[in-house]
Design a protein around this ligand. Sequence first.
Ligand code: ASP
Ligand code: MG
Length: 455
Amino acid sequence: MKFGGTSVEDAAAMQRTTAIVAGRRTLEQQPIVVVSAMAKVTDQLLLAAATAARGERESALAISERLLVRHQAVAIELGVDGGWLAQEFAALDEILRGLAAVGELTPRINDMIVSYGERLSSRIIAAAFAQQGLDGVHVDARTCIITDAQHMKAVPNDARIEEQLRKFVLPHADARRTVVMGGFIGSTEQGVTTTLGRGGSDYTGALVGAGVNAEAIEIWTDVNGIMTTDPRVVPTALRVRSISFEEAAELAYFGAKVLHPATILPAVKKNIPVLVLNSRNAANEGTRIQALAPPCRNPVKSIAAKKRLTIVDVVASRMLMTHGYMKAIFDIFDKHKCVVDMVSTSEVSVSLTVDSNEALPAITADLSMLADVKYEGRKALVCLVGEDIRGHSGTAARLFNAIKHINVRMISQGASEINMSFMIDEDDVEEAIRSLHAEFFSDPDPTIFDVEGLA
Ligand code: ASP
Ligand code: MG
């Protein structure tokens, strides 16, 4: 069971989380719990680090002080011992002072500072569990989540994690104690603190679930599951009851905020279902992500969008019809470490999209040796995902007919047969999503979509 930042944001949220875990323990089930930092704490820690690195020692310490007070208040409200918090924050302050003196923030120091969020939230939750009769026991995630040394985006070592979980977690679970670990954090074989990248607690949840061969991995968040689209854009969006791993991964990459894409991988490898559930509405059955999706009469399961993209058009003049042309173009993006999302080509031109403009002037300068280059920002990618897009005719016709009043800049379908994507102006996104949702979800399959949820 992984609980996100909003599920542990304050004492009330922690009490809701405690009740949910207690509910699971009364069944013949033995939960292991992974928690995020309390909501916004990670951002505050990153801010404290950046502030200290600029030499603004007192401001950095003030941020730390506010975090101490917030954590202490939660401990007091829960009626658990928070005496150890002052000591932890004294250690954090020492790092911030050192950082302010040295003025250089390395990824390693950044990880050390940001790890406090999950280290503290997990200890408080473990204490709350102990106090509520759940036999809570805290395990420092860094003893189990062994990673390489790529700070801020460390790569976990699955085999070592499994070994450590067997040693430090399973004996507690066998004795019916409820283990609580922080998400997001890990350590190298040498014991240096690392992190898995922003939003990485889901990843920890899946790594632990896969490592102990759990029956299911539950991702507790503050929405009812994966929706047919963003309900802020389409108020009649429906909850998707069940979705395949492949579909969920496509959606995660294309902007659906519910899951960290990498979450999927450890679960996929072991064929463990992942459930997305709402800690504010625990009775809701959420979304079940599993290897094979049951048949669905609608070709599309969900519509996602990603804004703030730039389209780069590369028109060949000189190298037309020579081999190695694509390689030459992509080598330039590679040299500037620029991630390319979508690509479409004709014989004379290549269009591609990037989500960061930083390197574009330099890339354009390099590309202009090979071709004429233009780029245009404020574009958005809209993508439709569904297993039944594959092998069904007419879906593309329905799609483009539904948005015939909107100018489409790029189209892609080949890469993944379960995804149709296209690029439009950012300002057209809401209108496009509303039109597509009306087209594809006018007659939703009740076995796959929660049609009662709307009433
Ligand atoms: N606390 C970390 C973050 O905000 C990890 C997580 O919440 O998943 O990025
Ligand atoms: Mg989170």
